[in-house]
Design a protein around this ligand. Structure first.
Ligand code: PHE
Length: 447
């Protein structure tokens, strides 16, 4: 068997892990979930969960991955041989599978808009016309399935090329560009007439709107945007040389993520209020609002095209990580098998994702537990599977890994202070599991 692949540079890992984290979660999902959950209070709770749960979990996954240096399933096996803990990795694979099946639908929507913007179909439309064009396209069964397939094909092609060649190269230039474009967008959005209402909506918490459902969704959202609970970060850090500081990587990824969430919120909500749109519009929110904001900028459509390209990259780098975790287990570290499995699994995900793509058209009337197929898949991943995965990972670290071994692993490549380590360990051991369980039980009405 050939030697295990590694990231080719220090930056490679940070970029790829940040690329996994920053994606549709921060840019597309956050605004629409926050919009449905009353804005400010949701945002605040989301930030708290990101710091108290997401950050420690991210570091926990990094530590597991770099300790074991193996794929998502074998990592648990290596650390706790002869136990059933590797099911945490299998759960992560299942979660990733479902996740990519609907994530690719939104990836497809970006492609639709990109094609339309390049073709000049989006010039000088009104807010309502943008919504019309967009809703018309995503309800078309052939178009929505084709673009979904295209998105998955891009993911398959990169992942079949291998970690280093594929993921790193694509991740290394898009992030800074995305930040810059977002800033331009925010400046335009917050200077629109009536923008203050949107800023207030996002930043002033109104706790009367908070229910146990809001709290669960904020928790799910914090896991979703950081890609934790699925062992994706276990997989990525397993390719990491021992010279890299794990805490520094975790802090910078969380920092970037919070920043991009804030930018997305500040780009969307002022515009929503200024144009008199509905913040609770759901998954179509971003797609209905953004072109209008861009059209208010000089050279707006050019900016919009650039934004869509970067947005597509951001979505793709997250999609890579979802497919990578499954392919790395299936091919068991053998580069010769990687290509075959990337295609088999990728296409299987596409087939299972077709009903989600049709949820906005021909299957729109299929409602299960009060939700469309797309919404059900999204809800199940974010609010059921990710919290369960996260809970199990915290239990694994506190029950199966020695405190001294954790301390040693975290010190490699880093000068982490003992106090910081103890705080992290306390959060992972006590606070995270108790809080995750409490939030879940609260929604189930256990008390
Ligand atoms: N964090 C990614 C995003 O925000 C989604 C993701 C979740 C990716 C879990 C991998 C694992 O788009």
């Amino acid at each position: 068997m050939s030697q295990r692949e590694q990231w080719s540079s220090k930056l490679g890992f940070i970029l790829a892990a940040a690329g996994s984290a920053i994606g549709l979660g921060a840019i597309w999902k956050f605004p629409y979930i926050a919009g449905q959950n009353g804005g400010g209070a949701f945002f605040l709770i989301f930030i708290l969960f990101t710091l108290v749960l997401g950050l420690p979990l991210l570091l926990a996954e990094f530590t597991i991955g770099r300790t074991a240096q193996d794929n998502a399933v074998n990592s648990y096996r290596k650390i706790a041989p002869g136990t059933r803990w590797h099911w945490v990795g299998i759960l992560g694979m299942i979660t990733s599978f479902i996740l990519l099946s609907f994530y690719s639908v939104i990836g497809g929507w970006i492609i639709v808009y990109l094609v339309k913007a390049i073709a000049g179909d989006l010039n000088n439309l009104t807010v309502d016309q943008y919504a019309e064009v967009f809703n018309g396209t995503i309800s078309d069964p052939v178009v929505s399935v084709l673009v979904q397939l295209l998105f998955i094909l891009m993911t398959i092609i990169v992942i079949s090329g291998g970690v280093q060649k594929g993921i790193e190269r694509v991740s290394s230039f898009m992030m800074p560009a995305l930040f810059v474009l977002f800033m331009i967008l925010v400046v335009r959005a917050v200077t629109l007439d009536g923008a203050m209402d949107g800023i207030r909506f996002l930043l002033l918490p109104d706790f009367s709107k908070v229910t146990s459902q809001t709290i669960l969704e904020a928790m799910g959202q914090s896991f979703f945007t950081l890609s934790v609970g699925v062992s994706v970060m276990v997989t990525y850090s397993s390719y990491l040389p021992k010279t890299q500081s794990l805490p520094r990587a975790a802090f910078s990824i969380v920092g970037m993520n919070i920043f991009i969430v804030l930018l997305a919120g500040l780009a969307i909500f002022p515009a929503v209020f200024s144009f008199g749109l509905e913040p609770g519009a759901g998954p179509v929110l971003l797609f209905n609002v953004l072109p209008t904001v861009f059209s208010q900028l000089p050279f707006g459509m050019l900016f919009f095209i650039a934004f869509l390209v970067l947005f597509l990259f951001a979505a793709l780098t997250s999609a890579f990580s979802m497919l990578e975790i499954i392919v790395s287990v299936a091919s068991n570290g053998e580069p010769s098998k990687r290509k075959k499995w990337a295609w088999i699994i990728g296409l299987a995900i596409f087939v299972c994702g077709v009903p989600s793509a049709l949820s906005y058209g021909v299957l729109g009337d299929v409602i299960i537990f009060g939700k469309t197929i797309f919404d059900l898949a999204d809800y199940t991943v974010s609010n059921v599977l990710l919290p369960i995965g996260a809970l199990l990972i915290t239990l694994f670290v506190s029950m199966k890994m020695k405190r001294s071994a954790l301390w040693e692993e975290l010190q490699r490549g880093s000068r982490v202070k003992r106090g910081l380590f103890e705080a992290w360990f306390f959060l992972v051991r006590y606070v995270c599991p108790v809080l995750i369980l409490a939030v879940m039980m609260d929604v189930l009405g256990v008390w």
